[in-house]
Design a binder for this molecule. Structure first.
Ligand code: ZN
Length: 247
């Protein structure tokens, strides 16, 4: 079974469509690690697409804020403004869909899936020290997480936590890691709609554990088209600028 693992799409339908087009026929099932909405201009289009894909989806903090499950009081003013805008834009049906998304962790086919950290859906895992806790407590050898928008992750062997560094070739490209027995993996597929690792291309992963393989993909998309829709919608300038830099 080949799982297409998407995270942090953030209402960017152009990046989502580019990602899907690039890997057509290369996956069997879609998993989404949350933050379907927030920041971007296309909340309904992205929710519609995720529903049409029949993706197995867990909620992210922006799904809670964007659907009104939480009041976004802990968000910065820019993120909060878009959360409120998103709430007004969403159709009642899509609002209901987001409100009912399950909380991670979710376990499926030998893998765990969370939005933030295993013990807390809203917690960020940036450093080796933060990763160690999850790696030691992980119920399964492979966990996928999102929330940081940084593609890559961490591998625990007997003695240390190794940082997964990826070199994905320019254009449409992927980099593969081998899943080895006896090691524990905490992997971030990257962000489809708002990457923050300096590479503006849409990031995601395809996992095929029966083949001991996880492929990390990057796919370029038409950033300017998204920026134009954001400008027309009156979304905050810093958010419009950042997607061109992948920061
Ligand atoms: Zn996010």
């Amino acid at each position: 079974m080949r799982y297409l693992i998407l995270s942090d799409i953030h209402a960017n339908v152009t990046s989502l469509e580019a990602a899907l087009a690039a890997v057509e026929g290369k996956w069997d099932r879609v998993i989404c690690l949350g933050d379907v909405v927030g920041y971007g201009p296309d909340p309904n289009e992205v929710v519609d697409k995720i529903r049409a894909l029949d993706a197995i989806t867990i909620r992210g903090n922006h799904d809670k804020a964007g659907s009104g499950l939480e009041d976004a009081a802990d968000f910065n003013p820019v993120a909060r403004a878009v959360a409120l805008w998103t709430r007004e834009k969403l159709t009642p049906d899509n609002l209901d869909y987001l409100q009912k998304l399950p909380t991670g962790p979710l376990e499926l086919d030998g893998m765990s899936f969370v939005h933030g950290a295993l013990r807390d859906e809203d917690e960020y895992v940036f450093t080796q020290a933060q990763a160690l806790e999850g790696l030691l407590e992980a119920p399964l050898p492979v966990t996928f997480f999102g929330h940081t928008h940084l593609q890559g992750g961490f591998i625990l062997d007997e003695t240390n936590v190794e940082v997964v560094r990826l070199k994905v070739p320019p254009g449409v490209g992927s980099a593969k890691i081998d899943i080895v027995d006896g090691k524990t993996y905490l992997l971030n597929p990257g962000s489809v709609g708002q990457p923050r690792d300096g590479d503006p291309r849409a990031g995601f992963a395809i996992a095929e554990l029966s083949n001991h393989s996880v492929e990390f993909w990057r796919v370029p998309y038409e950033v300017s088209a998204v920026q134009e829709r954001m400008t027309r919608a009156g979304l905050p300038e810093p958010l419009i600028a950042r997607i061109a830099f992948g920061r």
